[in-house]
Design a protein around this ligand. Structure first.
Ligand SMILES: Cc1cc2nc3c(=O)[nH]c(=O)nc-3n(C[C@H](O)[C@H](O)[C@H](O)COP(=O)(O)OP(=O)(O)OC[C@H]3O[C@@H](n4cnc5c(N)ncnc54)[C@H](O)[C@@H]3O)c2cc1C
Length: 460
């Protein structure tokens, strides 16, 4: 901790979800005291909360995400395993149907970690709160910002202790908004006379429906993660079935452009049956459901371009979904937040003073966000109905990447290149490397893995 810097006495993180926890972890390196303010009551066991409705749905952690998390919490991977998470080779445990076949399985030497989102967050929170200089105040909602007389510096936050109905002001040298997509910063800054950040919205109208099932621990399929993703635009439905701790399967299904999975039991199963591969249907039609079917609607990916603002108050930053929330079907949000937190860590390590930190931080965060945004938005624009700012060259890239998808069904070299990009381990242009380009364009016919048969339903 850099205690020589007298303006690094206290930092506040607003929001105690994964973005906030990672931010608190990195700030603990640079501030004498870090306080996380979370509006919800936080249980000391894995449990979803009202303020993070997405936590009930399937969450995959990309390999880069696991790497960054593990850098800050070296025993996290083992703790996940000890708590029943399924850790296996990413490509060898993949049962992923797309573009008319299964992507070829192979040993990649990179791990996938399959767990419920509440378990991951609980284990991260345990580790953050074990740090001697980090405190969590739950049931503590932030109502607004407090400024110095000039209005150029945020000096604190106005909070409400929800159990007591009392309000207070808490001061800090740096405040980081990690309140997610619904962040009130645009409104708070406007009230202080600042311009709002320009926003990009890419409308996808994606809807999830999720149910948890009991998993037989003896089932050999229990270390595979199963995905069925569409060959857009002719298909627009997806499904995911991941084994998670507690001998459970978590199943999320849905579709783009309003084709959402239904919440009624029979129709939910019928939706599974309608997917182009039967793997999910075959398992959930035989398994015992142990939860309700829970919906989540995601109308559009949203990016707030704080990096484009010329005037921004000192002592204040944002991180995670509060800056950018991506179409969740690509599983990038937690990794993006982790990479942004790592950038903040590096920046604070380089600069002794906090003055003028906003601009370089937002530039670094934008660089992190550029790649997952490009990947997510690019894929979404395969649907001609998608609206929003379309990056130049998207159609050309999509035509080529469609060939990449098909090549992954039979070519593990292309498969590895694709999975590295998807996991944010390699930049998207690496798919255009001559070695990959040649393999993709030579158009060798796939010898696809046989698709299993749909199991009959009772009454068929
Ligand atoms: C359906 C769905 C599925 C997803 N699947 C994946 C996936 O597979 N992989 C992946 O990496 N990402 C996924 N994501 C994204 C991922 O959930 C987020 O990127 C991740 O939670 C990081 O978000 P965050 O911490 O920035 O914000 P959030 O998780 O939204 O947390 C914000 C926190 O701030 C608190 N808060 C809000 N307002 C206040 C206030 N005024 N005062 C105090 N506290 C406040 C909230 O209670 C909450 O705890 C998915 C998202 C959705 C919607």
């Amino acid at each position: 901790m850099n205690s020589k810097n007298t303006n690094r006495q206290h930092a506040i993180v607003i929001g105690g979800s994964l973005g906030g926890l990672l931010t608190a972890r990195v700030l603990s390196n640079h501030f004498a005291q870090v306080t996380i303010l979370e509006r919800d009551e936080v249980a000391n066991h894995p449990a979803p909360r009202k303020g993070q409705p997405q936590a009930r749905h399937l969450h995959g952690l990309l390999a880069t995400g696991l790497q960054v998390f593990s850098g800050y919490f070296p025993d996290l991977r083992q703790a996940l395993i000890d708590n029943g998470a399924v850790v296996a080779d990413f490509a060898d445990s993949m049962q992923w149907y797309s573009y008319g076949g299964y992507r070829k399985r192979f040993k990649m030497g990179v791990e996938s970690t399959l767990m419920s989102r509440p378990l991951l967050e609980h284990l991260v929170r345990e580790r953050v709160l074990a740090l001697p200089n980090v405190t969590l105040m739950d049931n503590c909602g932030v109502l607004g910002l407090v400024t110095a007389v000039s209005g150029e510096q945020i000096t604190g936050v106005q909070v409400e202790y929800r159990n007591q109905g009392q309000q207070d002001v808490l001061n800090a040298d740096l405040i980081v908004d990690c309140t997610g997509r619904g962040s009130h910063t645009p409104k708070w800054l406007k009230e202080l006379g600042y311009d709002p950040a320009p926003e990009s919205e890419v409308r996808v109208d994606v809807g999830y429906a999720t149910r948890v099932y009991r998993r037989d621990p003896a089932d050999k399929r229990g270390t595979d993660w199963i995905l069925v993703t569409p060959e857009a635009p002719k298909e627009n439905r997806f499904g995911g079935l991941f084994p998670v701790e507690g001998d459970r399967w978590i199943c999320s299904m849905g579709g783009w452009l309003g084709d959402h999975a239904p919440l009624d039991e029979a129709a939910f199963l019928e939706f599974a049956r309608s997917l182009p591969a039967p793997d999910i249907y075959n398992i959930i039609s035989q398994a015992e459901p142990i939860s309700e079917i829970i919906p989540h609607k995601f109308p559009y990916s949203l990016r707030r371009h704080y990096e484009k603002l010329h005037r921004f108050p000192a002592g204040y930053l944002l991180l995670g979904d509060a800056i950018s929330s991506f179409n969740p079907t690509y599983g990038q949000g937690m990794t993006s937040a982790a990479l942004q937190a790592a950038e903040l860590d590096a920046l604070l390590a380089r600069r002794p003073a906090l003055e003028g930190i906003a601009r370089p931080f937002f530039k670094r965060a934008a660089k992190v966000i550029d790649v997952p945004w490009q990947l997510a938005v690019g894929e979404d624009f395969r649907f001609p109905q998608t609206t929003g700012p379309k990056p130049p060259g998207t159609d050309f890239i999509n035509r080529y990447v469609a060939k990449v998808h098909r090549a992954t069904l039979h070519d593990e070299v292309v498969g590895e290149a694709f999975l590295k990009v998807m996991n944010l381990m390699a930049p998207p242009p690496s798919l255009f490397h001559p070695r990959i380009l040649w393999r993709v364009l030579r158009g060798k016919r796939p010898s696809p893995t046989a698709v299993p048969k749909l199991q009959p339903t009772v009454g068929d």
